[in-house]
Design a protein around this ligand. Structure first.
Ligand code: RRO
Length: 308
């Protein structure tokens, strides 16, 4: 469950790859992904940053996509069709991701989606790839002001997509802010922002935007994602669900996030590389691990990480 909404499995797609167009979202509707998550949207359609803006790496990827999306009105308009998609299980949850450039953008978009057939709203406080726009989640005052504005706009559950934190003072400050508002879930983590990969052969950065700086994704960031899920699961009340994301490509990865305290996980880089087949494969692998360990439910394992 996320925000009391039942899910068919423990995993679905992360906002990011392969979830921008109606065709891509329809493919998710017909897949084993437990929900249909949309690419973060903005007030107006965007082409995104200059290419090359994505490079696969041996253990993941680096990207600076720059929020390419169709604009929030296009998603509003396609939601009823997605909800009815014949290929989809009836009522498969739709999660819309919203990433405004200001509090007022976020208010407009959250208000609109509150009146739509979306099931959950994930507000992205952590896009690292827009020149001159700091990640909201690294500015605690702005985070608090934004939550004051967006949490009172309707009854659909609101969640936050957070950037990775690396210090306990930051985990504690952020958890204390979240606790002041009716936040139903948090999603940890976005890509590790502003990393630099260099090709020694060409002596060049490997992506074009922002002088080569981009978000690091995939296997490289799994220990960071696990730490963020674990820290927040210890600091927040159990009524706030935590969705894990970062480096999940096998049932074992998903199992580790479950031990850390995640109520569900999202898949980004592996979904980018493998397509919708990853959801069924990882869910089955997780099922095998749980069966072999004789665990009969998600609840029996969630947060049960042992210390040595
Ligand atoms: O589009 C992007 O560049 C992007 C976004 Br909105 C985000 O939240 N995280 C990321 O790594 N890339």
């Amino acid at each position: 469950h996320i925000a009391k909404l039942p899910l068919d499995s423990y995993l679905f797609n992360a906002s990011g790859p392969r979830c921008t167009t109606e065709e891509e979202l329809n493919r998710l509707a017909g897949s084993a992904s437990a929900a249909i998550m949309t690419k973060s949207c903005t007030m107006l359609p965007r082409e995104g940053n200059a290419e090359p803006r994505f490079q696969a790496l041996p253990l993941g990827s680096i990207q600076s996509m720059g929020l390419p999306n169709l604009g929030y009105e296009a998603y509003l308009e396609m939601l009823p069709r997605l909800k009815q998609a014949r290929s989809s299980r009836r009522g498969k949850p739709i999660v819309v991701s919203v990433s405004g450039f200001s509090i007022s953008d976020n208010v407009t978009m959250v208000q609109a989606f509150q009146a739509s057939s979306a099931d959950l709203i994930e507000v992205n406080f952590s896009c690292p790839n827009i020149e001159g726009k700091p990640q909201v989640g690294y500015d605690f005052e702005q985070t608090e002001r934004a939550l004051e504005a967006i949490c009172q706009l309707g009854s659909k559950p609101i969640g936050l997509k957070l950037p990775p934190y690396f210090d306990f003072s930051h985990f504690i400050t952020m958890a204390n802010i979240i606790k002041k508002f009716p936040v139903s879930f948090i999603t940890c983590i976005n890509s590790v922002g502003n990393t630099l990969v260099i090709d020694p052969e060409t002596e060049s950065a490997i992506i074009k935007p922002k002088g080569g700086f981009g978000g690091l994704c995939g296997d490289y960031i799994k220990p960071i994602g696990l730490a963020n899920v674990r820290a927040f699961s210890q600091l927040l009340p159990s009524s706030i669900d935590i969705i894990g994301v970062g480096g999940i490509k096998t049932g074992t990865d998903a199992f580790e996030y479950l031990l850390a305290g995640a109520s569900a996980v999202q898949v980004a880089t592996c979904f980018e590389k493998e397509g919708v087949e990853c959801f069924d494969r990882i869910a089955k692998e997780l099922g095998c691990i749980m069966a072999a360990k004789q665990y009969s439910s998600i609840a029996a394992v969630k947060g049960k990480l042992k210390m040595i």
